[in-house]
Design a protein around this ligand. Sequence first.
Ligand code: ZN
Length: 529
Amino acid sequence: MAAAETFSITTPIFYVNDAPHIGHAYTEVAADVLARWNRQSGRDTWSLTGTDEHGQKILRTAVANGVTPKEWADKLVDEAWVPLLKTIDIANDDFVRTTEVRHESVVQAFLQKLYDTGFIYDGEYEGFYCVGCEEFKQQGDLVDGAGEFDGQWVCPIHGRPVEVLKEKNYFFRMSDFQQRLLDLYESQPDFLQPDSVRNEIVSFVRRGLDDLSISRQSFDWGVRVPWDDSHVVYVWFDALLNYVSALGWEPTADAPAFERFWPSNHIVGKDIARFHSVIWPAMLMAADLPVPRRVFAHGWLLVGGEKMSKSKLTGIAPSQITEVFGSDAFRYYFLRAINFGQDGSFSWEDLSARYQAELANGFGNLASRVVSMVGRYCDGILPPATEVTEAEERIHAVLASAVARAEAAMERFAIHEALAAIWTVVDELNGYLTEQEPWKVAKDEERTARLHTILYTAAEGLRALAVLLSPVTPQATQKLWRALGAESALGSLTDQRIPDAGEWGQLPAGAVVSPMEGLFPRIEQEATV
Ligand SMILES: [Zn+2]
């Protein structure tokens, strides 16, 4: 018997020292929408997020704040990261922290396995180390310092001098995996997407791979190397393993969750695509484990033309947006306005304009009008459609096509295309009401059957929209679902299957339609500036 189709998805684990900004929230929302969509498509689904808590910089900040690094991380998780998930309505299945025992024990077991099989050796490393990046830099990657750093090599990302470190290190034989990685990119083109990132990584790997230094002796905030406790594991090597530690992978015993959900899909920012598509699969190959199902790199959010980054204080807190527009609008806006995989610009003006045009006037107003007309003309009891004409058949066809196109787009993680396809139904239904003018038909007692058909068609269209948009705007669609009487007639919204959403006639005549507050309330103009 074939196992149920599964879908598992991860975000990068967030560097706990960062302040959450809209870039983090964007990644979270994209992964969450894909998880909800797949779950509602009937797949056995699992989604993971979490925090990266080791490394020299966290140690230094904790010391500067007079607490232990673990206390520091606990505070940030409680005060910043868990609240972020709530702010943007994320329904993750697990949250992994790299300081948890379940994670640290996997890092050690994994490392030991690679050591025992000869993929790790000891050597000496001397290089330029950027504490901000937590990595050694090639000289060619550095820039000349200016001002107070005149005459020194400076990290181009952090703008601060790098340190020269020389230490005994353990090395991972990454160079062994060059050909296998190239074969992977070749044989499984969707392993790494979009193509722009894939091409860049392929040429990087073609130039040859160095072995990777995977331990540090200069500080001790990290996972101990199991056979040499004077070393801690390099933070990236440690952090990448969260994707399997959260699934309870073990080298020797059965791990049911790992069997069930690995390999996962990884959503990452393109700046960390190299770690996920070169180092990570090489690590897995060395351990004889399957590589990820897919690594999808999204673009950067630009604000005023500048990249949102962890080291520049241009970050906008997600709550600044959700407090004005709500979490549904946040989720919708970033996934609709930006082609997923490409860079995109954020502006308050664009957010405000799309909120007004697409959510409030487009979808929200459609829902309010239909619900209130069923109340006014039919005492809140959904009438049957008995006079199906070409106009109604056109709605059925537009819906069926939208579902098919949205499903195909979501398979490719083209979330913006899926939303555009679903929005053809919103636009079509608005056009239908404008054309059919049910408020005029209602004045003619001879045309009651026609009025009923129009109202049924519009309400049934909204039923489908609630299902299709529930992964993106879960709160508004839930309100609409209840108001349509669909909860009692058809069961809970999240139990509705997306592939069946286009099947016409599910909402039964006789359903009790009840008054509904506006799905996307009017925003006071001054609040947005
Ligand atoms: Zn740096």
